[in-house]
Design a binder for this molecule. Structure first.
Ligand SMILES: N[C@@H](CCC(=O)N[C@@H](CS)C(=O)NCC(=O)O)C(=O)O
Length: 200
């Protein structure tokens, strides 16, 4: 049995490294980078999109960070995978939501913070600030009166959404208008498994 996770931790691969650490998996980490490493002929055989992360689990190759996470959580269960079909549906919903509704404006705000020159324009940043309010409000409302998204303990739904929302923290987005979200994000990102993944 062997699992390889491709992608350095300072990339979207942090999402999958976090999932693997939560699940307590044994894995090999190939720290493929995003400035050339993901476009080598060798890596393109793993992910023809030329992007990290990707995983190879005994020959089962999966790419797309949150799909890798859903696969690993579904396979290894533990507390991360929901214990009923309704919550499985909700975990899929929140994962797709994070990618389609929240990720794009958060990426613009992240790049504005971490790319000193040649990052997004002022107009793009202003648009992203406006655009991000709706998903932040939706998430905050969903978390009102709850510790975690599915109502029980921490699951893959929380991990997937929080791993995208991490960018709001790094970008220094003011979350004071979204107190339930902010408290949940602190809870999720305070987990030791994320610390271990960040050290990879
Ligand atoms: N939707 C994909 C996006 C992956 C992605 O864009 N990864 C970046 C690093 S964070 C990358 O590999 N960029 C290299 C490139 O595009 O050449 C996922 O979530 O896995």
């Amino acid at each position: 049995m062997s699992l390889t996770i491709y992608g350095l931790s300072a990339s979207r691969a942090i999402r999958t490294l976090w999932a693997a650490e939560e699940l307590g998996l044994d894995y090999t980490h190939e720290a493929v980078d995003f400035s050339g490493g993901s476009r080598t002929p060798e890596f393109l055989k793993i992910n023809p999109n030329g992007r990290i992360p990707a995983i190879d689990d005994d020959g089962v190759v999966i790419w797309e960070s949150l799909a890798c996470n859903l696969y690993l959580a579904r396979k290894h269960g533990g507390g991360l995978w929901p214990d009923n079909i309704a919550d499985e549906g909700r975990a899929l919903q929140w994962s797709f939501w994070a990618m389609t509704e929240a990720e794009t404006p958060l990426l613009t705000l992240l790049l504005d913070k971490v790319v000193p020159e040649g990052g997004p324009s002022d107009a793009e940043v202003a648009a992203a600030r406006e655009e991000v309010v709706v998903p932040l409000q939706v998430l905050n409302d969903a978390l009102r009166g709850k510790e975690y998204l599915l109502g029980g303990g921490f699951t893959i739904a929380d991990l997937n959404v929080a791993s995208v929302l991490l960018w709001a923290m790094i970008a220094g987005v003011d979350l004071s208008a979204f107190p339930d979200l902010a408290a949940w994000l602190e809870r999720c990102t305070g987990r030791p498994a994320l610390r271990r993944a960040q050290g990879k």
